[in-house]
Design a protein around this ligand. Structure first.
Ligand SMILES: Cc1ncc(COP(=O)(O)O)c(C=O)c1O
Length: 383
């Protein structure tokens, strides 16, 4: 039998041949709109989900440092064992207030949250309707639940209506609010109306909407006035920190404490990170957050207009803009060309996106200046 190293080499070769090999490349500078990858290679960064430019914010780093001094570096155990600290509870209270929900519950990451939420509500007797472009963490949560999963065509409300007619103990619709690789918005109002009529649950992943959309950056559900049963949001994107939370009722959060395996069987978020996220929340939900959102949306409008002028499709839905190349090789070539021109915009290939839809994904930030946006557009023109 082949050893692990031999298997790994063969698998990697197969990925390389298909243009799907991925590798890691360390950043040499703190997060921001301008970064350095290779020594001396300055790049304008369009590949982070740091939508409000908070990942490198000194006040948040300061809160992290003070939190670490007061509470130590690590949580030491899962929250249910001995890793549950006061800063986490304080943050949950503030997140619940921010989300206008009865309660909030922290998770170590958005990936962990989705892998915990879906199986907490769905089992083999249940039906989950999941959008075809949902994030991998939702897909994995659905798989872990062992429920019957019907993947409906992207944003197809008619298919959801049809799907909800099937009998099951519980029926659940789960969707990204803003789709991570396409940047479009889920039809939340229509999905909510269908779920309410059918007595089904609606679970919404607000990872790319929190901080960006809605009053005080509360997310898409708040923007469109939809009371989803469970909302998941990350602290890793617009918040610029790490971790995630669920906003819902007290009972839902209590159920997750009892059933969400990634919360039960994984070490808690370090308390210092909760201190950092609290500092971030106070910026994000306040007047400075509004100013940063205004700068972000002005960048979004400017970039969308520039893309349209280049004959490329663009909508003003979120901070995410895909530029489709179709093949993985096309995406790799375009990303390399952009990088030569000083623009970091990473190629996105299967399995992150469906076959035939490889792309360059541009993620805009409030930290980008007008000059950064123009540089990206002129690099795209040159491509
Ligand atoms: C829609 C969506 N949900 C969940 C996640 C996972 O969040 P995290 O990076 O905090 O694990 C991501 C991004 O990584 C995402 O794009």
């Amino acid at each position: 039998m082949a050893g692990a190293d031999e298997i790994a080499r063969a698998e990697l070769d197969a990925l390389r041949v298909r243009g799907l090999l991925r590798s890691l490349e360390p950043l040499r500078t703190p997060p921001g709109a301008e970064i350095e990858l290779r020594p001396g290679e300055r790049l304008i960064n369009f590949s982070s989900n740091d939508y409000l430019g908070l990942a490198g914010e000194a006040r948040i780093a300061q809160a992290l440092a003070e939190g670490a001094r007061a509470w130590g570096a690590g949580a030491g155990a899962s929250r249910l064992v001995c890793g549950d600290f006061l800063p986490e509870h304080d943050l949950e209270l503030e997140l619940a207030e921010f989300s206008s929900s009865e309660a909030a519950l922290l998770f170590p990451s958005g990936y962990a949250a989705n892998c915990g939420i879906v199986p907490a509500f769905a089992g083999p007797a249940d039906l989950i309707l999941s959008d075809a472009l949902n994030h991998a963490s939702i897909i994995d949560g659905c798989r872990l639940s062992r429920a019957r999963v019907e993947v409906y065509p992207h944003a197809d409300v008619g298919a959801v209506e049809q799907g909800l007619r099937a009998p099951a103990r519980r029926r659940i619709v789960v969707t990204d609010a803003v789709f991570s690789m396409d940047g479009d918005r889920a039809p939340l109002r229509e999905l909510f109306a269908l779920c309410s009529a059918a007595g089904a649950l609606l679970i919404v992943d607000e990872a790319h909407a929190t901080g960006v959309i809605g009053p005080r950056g509360e997310g898409l559900a708040a923007e469109v006035g939809v009371a989803a049963d469970v909302r998941m949001a990350t602290l890793s994107k617009a918040f610029g920190v790490a971790g995630a939370y669920v906003a819902s009722t007290r009972a839902v959060c209590d159920l997750l404490v009892n059933r969400a395996r990634p919360l039960i069987f994984s070490t808690a978020l370090p308390p210092a990170l909760a201190c950092a996220a609290q500092a971030s929340l106070r910026i994000l939900a306040g007047p400075e957050g509004d100013e940063r959102r205004a700068r972000l949306w002005s960048n979004v409008r400017r970039f969308a207009a520039g893309l349209k002028a280049l004959g490329l499709p663009a909508r003003v839905d979120s901070a995410i803009f895909p530029v489709l190349t179709g093949t993985p090789e096309g995406a790799l070539t375009m990303a390399a060309h952009l990088r030569e021109l000083g623009i970091l915009a990473k190629p996105i290939r299967p399995p992150t996106v469906p076959q035939g839809t490889s792309r360059i994904r541009f993620a805009l930030s409030a930290a980008h200046t007008g000059a950064h946006i123009e540089a990206a557009l002129s690099a795209l023109r040159a491509c």
